[in-house]
Design a protein around this ligand. Structure first.
Ligand code: HEC
Ligand code: HEC
Length: 309
């Protein structure tokens, strides 16, 4: 072979290697962005058997609700026990339509009702991240639901009644920072899924969005986080909200417990300061709603006595 073509051959080889390296770097970045978004979405809290020391996202997170106990399924790419056979389109349908690959509908305990608002590019990054996980052979734990909620076909009726997939439309009356906060809070961070009351059929009462929930998941009461000074967090500053989402400490020096603490530990404490201040700006701008949620026993001292309809 003539020296010239050898050199050219090497040149082509190097260029190809360069393209592969670039593609690999781009894929790594997508995975890193996806890992960040998975934190934001609280995927770890519900899809990991934290108490049993299970592998991250391999399923088994326990979610107590008034309808029974749910167990987050295995999201690793295991072919039998996880999402090994799923396509990206299957993942998009689960996240934005609450629809399984076989057409069955998910329970709204999986907050697809909020996730449906997530931008396609962010979903693609999340999917890249889930695909990058090591497959874990952990069989899913069946949910333990009260009659009649065990009938999955009821979810189809529920969706028909209460669910319309949403897309996020930025509000031109606000700046990009606020809109970023609105997007994160409404979509992946799904704050209002816990912080709003639900009807007996589990539909969010949108007129009381963010005003708290007396029957929250895990038998907790979830506080009002609208700007009402008496029943909400009207006296909190933006920094107070950022501090809570980062550390779990409230302005009075007490720390939050239970699911909010888990969500902070496995989720919001990993977010960038930019994103946290954006979320705080949005949350602090919520219209005040006067709605008294029973305070936790330890704090109120009068168990059950704080209802105020
Ligand atoms: C509040 C708890 C909760 C959070 C937070 C949550 N999930 Fe889930 N997820 C569930 C439950 C419960 C199910 C099962 C629903 C069912 O059986 O109908 C589920 C199901 C799923 C499924 C379908 C799995 C299958 O095998 O069919 C996918 C995909 C999924 N979640 C992805 C995610 C991702 C990605 C995140 C983070 C962005 C996330 N989930 C956050 C509770 C949660
Ligand atoms: C999985 C359910 C859940 C989600 C999702 C959730 N929270 Fe919470 N949150 C709670 C519960 C429960 C408490 C009460 C914890 C306690 O009192 O120890 C709480 C407490 C709080 C408090 C303290 C309020 C007070 O008066 O003490 C703030 C502020 C708050 N959450 C903001 C948020 C924001 C912002 C988001 C979205 C980024 C969010 N929460 C998402 C369940 C949730």
């Amino acid at each position: 072979m003539a020296p010239v073509s050898v050199a050219a051959g090497i040149g082509v080889g190097l260029a190809a290697a360069g393209v592969f390296a670039l593609a690999a770097a781009a894929a790594d970045e997508a995975v890193a962005r996806g890992a960040y978004l998975a934190r934001a979405g609280g995927c770890f809290a519900c899809h990991t058997d934290v108490k049993g020391g299970g592998a991250p996202l391999a399923g088994g997170g326990r979610i107590e609700t008034p309808f029974g106990t749910f167990f987050g399924p295995n999201l690793t790419p295991h072919p039998d026990h996880g999402l090994g056979h799923w396509t990206e389109a299957d993942f998009f349908a689960a996240m934005t339509e609450g629809r399984a690959p076989d057409g069955a509908r998910y329970y709204p305990t999986f907050p697809y009702t909020s996730f449906s608002t997530t931008a396609r590019a962010d979903l693609a990054d999340l999917w890249s991240y889930l695909r990058s996980l090591a497959p874990v052979a952990r069989a899913n734990t069946p949910h333990e639901l009260k009659w009649p909620f065990g009938w999955r076909f009821l979810n189809r009726i529920w969706q028909w009644l209460f669910f319309r997939p949403q897309t996020f439309a930025p509000d031109p009356a606000h700046d990009a920072h606020w809109n970023r906060g609105a997007y994160l809070s409404e979509a992946l961070l799904h704050c209002k899924e816990c912080h709003s009351p639900r009807s007996r059929l589990g539909a969010l009462k949108i007129s009381l969005a963010y005003a708290g929930n007396r029957d929250g998941p895990g038998d907790t009461t979830v506080p009002n986080i609208t700007a009402d000074a008496e029943t909400g967090i009207g006296r909190w500053s933006e920094i107070d909200v950022v501090w809570l989402l980062k550390t779990g400490f409230k302005p009075d020096g007490n720390d939050v417990q239970g699911i909010m603490a888990e969500l902070i530990e496995h989720g919001s404490s990993h977010l960038s300061d930019d994103d946290l201040t954006a979320v705080a700006a949005y949350i602090r701008s919520l219209e005040p709603i006067r709605y008294q949620v029973r305070k936790p026993r330890a704090e109120s001292g009068t168990p059950g006595g704080e209802f105020n309809y």
